[in-house]
Design a protein around this ligand. Sequence first.
Ligand code: APR
Ligand code: PHB
Length: 392
Amino acid sequence: MHSDRTQVAIIGAGPAGLLLQQLLRLGGVESVVLERQTRAHVEARIRAGVLEPGTVALLEKAGVAGRLHREGLVHEGVELAVDGRRFRIDLRELTGDCVTVYGQTEITHDLFAAADAHLSPIVYEAEHVLLHDLDGERPYVTWEKHGVDHRIDCDHVAGCDGQHGASRAALPTGVTHLFERHGSAAWLGVLADVPPCAPELIYAESPRGFALASMRSSTRSRYYLQVDAHDALEDWPEARFWEELARRLGPDAAAHLTPDYALERSIVPLRSHVIEPMQWGRLFLAGDAAHVVPPTGAKGLNLAAADVGLLADALIAWHKGGGASLLATYSGRALARAWKAVRFSWWFTGLTHRAAGADPFDLQLQRAELDQLRTSRAAQTLFAENYVGRFA
Ligand code: APR
Ligand code: PHB
């Protein structure tokens, strides 16, 4: 058994784990990241792409925002299309803030580059990760790699290993409460090297279902369609996807679509979970390990970053003699923000998606709320504040 020691053992090299490691390093706290997959596997993931100002600020604090500012697209508004009729919500005018379009894949690359530059230790292909003695003062983590058993002793464990990770499994039953919601729909996503059909994102509600026109750059687009949760990629040949996308986005956007082959296609279900509390003993959860939101509100990555900002400050305070109060209150503070993001994400999903077999009365309520969002400054201000991540 190989043994080692660090101050914080971070489980997972996704955005949460990698960002936490860099923020801890800058605060003088040592950490080791334990990642189940290879680096290439992690770097190849295609995920979200809209950053709140708070997330950009944290990436700046971590010293990894240089390329983001050079290549990211600053968006001052978003559009909604209701049965093809579009209206814009002016984020900048309503909140003074905007969002930045920059793929999570790029953030991962930037964080890996920082880890390389600062020799931040990351163990890849760490199998059978297990967390031990979390309720004591000397927790430790074990794993296996290439048939060799390893152990690392630490002061704290950060569970940044997503919704299927080892950290969630380490929480004792009876201590936590899992809140879950499973939607009846899913998102079929396509990434293609074609110019975006519009300068800003378009969230489209139509009798045929939801569609989203997003982007990664001026030459790379990201499109989504609401599909049934039981659909498979085989049910959606590329020609069918582009034809349906055009119908749902409406004629103006459709006229600017340039169908081409997909670099990547995937179907993800609309679902949520939230674990309370997000900490137990010396284990602290952050990101998807603690909560998953439907992608409609673009909150997954931003919530992960918000958790990490709180957790990094709390761990640095503890390790630098600033006491344990920030750690003791971490879960409550993180959950207060998480639930507001979960609420917004499900509200926005319900507003823009067509539930299978929707009650006609509910459809009328949906259309009335969309019309109020189109005409009411107050409604648009609340939307804009949620979208930029300003959860009062
Ligand atoms: N042991 C070690 N590593 C693990 C384990 C395990 N048992 N289980 C999962 N992992 C790793 C995964 O391989 C992944 O690299 O933990 C990492 C978790 O990363 P994410 O799932 O990306 O979660 P997070 O860092 O919280 O970022 C949330 O990522 O998936 C998107 O939509 C999500 O945008 C959101 C963001
Ligand atoms: C994306 O570009 O992947 C994206 C953008 C906005 C969302 C969800 C996903 O709400």
